[in-house]
Design a protein around this ligand. Structure first.
Ligand SMILES: [Zn+2]
Length: 506
């Protein structure tokens, strides 16, 4: 037999597709020809596969070897094809029976020594195979726990090519995936830990209830980071689909810890202001890594000391924030990763990071203005809630934490408000107020009476506020209305929403 086929998978964004790895051995010069749009990493596979096969004690065939990855029009990146290529070649020589691999997904990078090494993106690839009716997968031992998260999939783990060969010859067994550890409960930061900052607490509750972006200004130590860290604890748990999607993004980024269960809580990412644009939005050669923006998908992206980020980095965020996806330009084609995040920005009032009124601060009002001005207008325009937090007073620290509302209680109000909004906007392209299209807000059915919105319209007419800003105030007003249990927003909700947007609440 000179032809063999092994099933593998490739990723297109966060979606996996089955790939047939075919090997054909024929008389001729002993060369390896790869076809089916391989990227450079795949070309390197040639050398890894050759070394791994010989170092596993097998003979490298002195024949012309054609490897084809089918479908050809699907872009294939990364090193997950090594193991299937090696098995297909040995199958093609007739020395290795591949009957045991019919309808089995095989993934894995090979080391030159014949070891099977972990690859990124195993979860979405295995999930895609399961969706195609594949019920068994052989994956690197380092990825086995992750692959086992896919319901109904029988996962076998491989540590060496030699073991897989032995398994196919009926001489040894593959390894069992490790047990997935149950996540520790109660480890999430709780809103009850935040002393004082009543406005800040209200801000995160509103942000959670309506899916609004939030900016927190205030001196160091006021609790900006603490508040941002607690926003995920107010958001609803991820449903099955979202959970798989979020975990898949972490899998593709290679940041999923072994034994980590499916991510059920909205993620939280806080990239440092020195982070590269690639770390922020994604990039890299081969299989592009999702950046913090996509790792925060369905959760919270926190940018502390936002004015310290480069203008370029902040501008790069604008489009994804609007579209909910990040598009990475590649040498061949593009990669699109989901990126629906709630943004939380934080900034000190001045570049010296001293509290206002501190005698050591020599920053002039002009310097302070310029510092905050580094958060560009178009980005700030997308932020519905802008709060200036006062410095923390000593008395706040001595209030009993048990007297403060815990996340669980606030999360119940958030869930109720979200349910109201979801029911109202069902079929209109939104799950929460922050997502409602402007055209829907202005439909006759949802339009608010003129006497309620006159102040808002005046600002639009005088050019004081952009059309985008106008719609954002309306969305915020709906959130205030939902939390208050009202039928629809009145003048008060519009005024509070305007106030939140102005940041004139300190
Ligand atoms: Zn200063």
């Amino acid at each position: 037999m000179s032809y063999a086929m092994v099933l593998c998978a490739a990723l297109e964004g966060v979606t996996g597709h089955l790939v047939r790895v075919e090997a054909d051995l024929a008389a001729g010069l002993p060369v390896v020809v790869l076809s089916g749009l391989p990227d450079t990493a795949l070309n390197e596979a040639r050398e890894r596969v050759r070394a791994a096969i010989t170092n596993s004690g097998e003979r490298w065939p002195q024949q012309r070897i054609s490897i084809n990855l089918d479908p050809a029009d699907l872009r294939k990146r990364g090193s997950a094809f090594d193991l299937p290529i090696a098995l297909a070649i040995l199958g093609g020589t007739g020395t290795l029976p591949l009957a045991g691999l019919a309808d089995v997904l095989v993934l894995g990078e090979l080391g030159l020594d014949g070891s099977v090494r972990p690859v990124r993106g195993v979860l979405p690839m295995v999930a895609a195979a399961a969706g195609q009716g594949i019920a068994k997968a052989i994956v690197p031992v380092g990825n086995a726990a992750e692959a086992a998260l896919v319901p109904g999939m029988r996962v076998l783990a491989a540590d060496t090519l030699g073991r897989v060969i032995g398994f196919l010859r009926g001489r040894c067994a593959l390894l069992e995936p490790p047990e997935v550890a149950a996540r520790r409960v109660g480890s999430e930061p709780d809103l009850a830990d935040v002393a004082g900052q009543e406005m800040g607490r209200l801000g995160v509750e509103l942000a959670a209830a309506g899916g609004h972006h939030l900016a927190l200004f205030g001196p160091p130590g006021a609790g900006k980071t603490m508040l941002a860290q607690r926003l995920p604890s107010l958001l609803p748990r991820l449903d099955d689909e979202a959970s798989l999607e979020v975990t898949a993004l972490h899998s593709i980024a290679g940041v999923l810890a072994p034994g980590e269960p499916l991510l059920r809580r909205p993620p939280y990412q806080a990239p440092h202001h020195t982070a590269s644009v690639a770390a922020l939005v994604g990039g890299g050669s081969g299989l592009a890594r999702p950046g913090a923006l996509s790792l925060a998908h369905r959760g919270v992206l926190f940018l502390d000391e936002a004015p310290e980020f480069t203008r370029h980095a902040l501008d790069t965020l604008r489009q994804p924030l609007e579209g909910g996806v990040v598009t990475l330009g590649r040498s061949r084609g593009v990669v699109v990763y989901p990126a629906q995040v709630q943004l939380v920005l934080a900034a000190n009032p001045c570049p010296c990071a001293r509290p206002s009124g501190d005698p050591g601060c020599a920053c002039t009002p002009q310097v302070k203005r310029r510092y905050l001005g580094r958060i560009s207008g178009p980005l700030l325009d997308r932020i519905d809630i802008r709060l200036t937090l006062p410095p923390l007073k000593a008395s706040h620290l001595f209030t009993d934490a048990s007297m403060r509302e815990p996340s669980q209680v606030v999360a119940q109000r958030v869930a109720a408000a979200r349910a109201t909004a979801a029911a109202r906007w069902a079929g209109l392209g939104a799950r929460c107020n922050g997502e409602v299209p402007g055209t829907v807000l202005r439909q006759r059915r949802w339009r608010l009476p003129d006497d309620v919105t006159d102040g808002l319209r005046r600002r639009l007419d005088t050019g004081e506020m952009s059309a985008r800003g106008h719609d954002r105030v309306l969305r915020m007003a709906w959130t205030l209305s939902d939390l208050a249990g009202l039928d629809r927003p009145g003048k008060d909700e519009i005024n509070i929403a305007l106030n939140l947007r102005d940041g004139g609440n300190a």
